[in-house]
Design a protein around this ligand. Structure first.
Ligand code: ZN
Length: 130
């Protein structure tokens, strides 16, 4: 199993921890920090929908709260997506820019696909723009 497939599998495992009673769309994410450490997250929904958190956001929050400031890779998997891969939302792509994510692995029905973050969020606004 390649590291890409391993990370996608870990993201699928993380999705099992999802709290998604409203969408029934379980999403998991794995963060690989620059030092190689990994952090997982799952989406956490709320009856006040705007208070819901994406899997990528919960994983990034856990990593940053643990002292991580540079993230190399994010792997994401939606185990309830039908026919299409579950790409990170725009807000999560912006969160990834903040911590220098280079690679995003998106799991899907045909297996995981690797994207540079610059392809998912071109012309982004980041810390270097201030
Ligand atoms: Zn998101």
């Amino acid at each position: 199993m390649s590291s890409i497939e391993e990370l996608a599998a870990q993201a699928r495992d993380a999705a099992e921890g999802s709290y998604s009673p409203y969408s029934e769309f379980r999403v998991g994410a794995v963060i690989v920090a620059a030092d190689g450490s990994r952090y997982t997250g799952a989406n956490v929904e709320n009856a006040a929908f705007g208070s819901s958190m994406c899997a990528e956001a919960t994983a990034i929050g856990q990593a940053v709260a643990s002292g991580v400031r540079k993230i190399d890779t994010v792997a994401v998997a939606c185990i309830d997506a039908v026919g299409n891969p579950g790409f990170p939302c725009g807000n999560c792509r912006q969160l990834m820019v903040e911590f220098g994510v280079e690679t995003v692995i998106v799991d899907g029905p045909d297996g995981p696909v690797v994207y540079p973050l610059t392809a998912l969020l071109p012309h982004s606004f980041g810390p270097e723009d201030l």
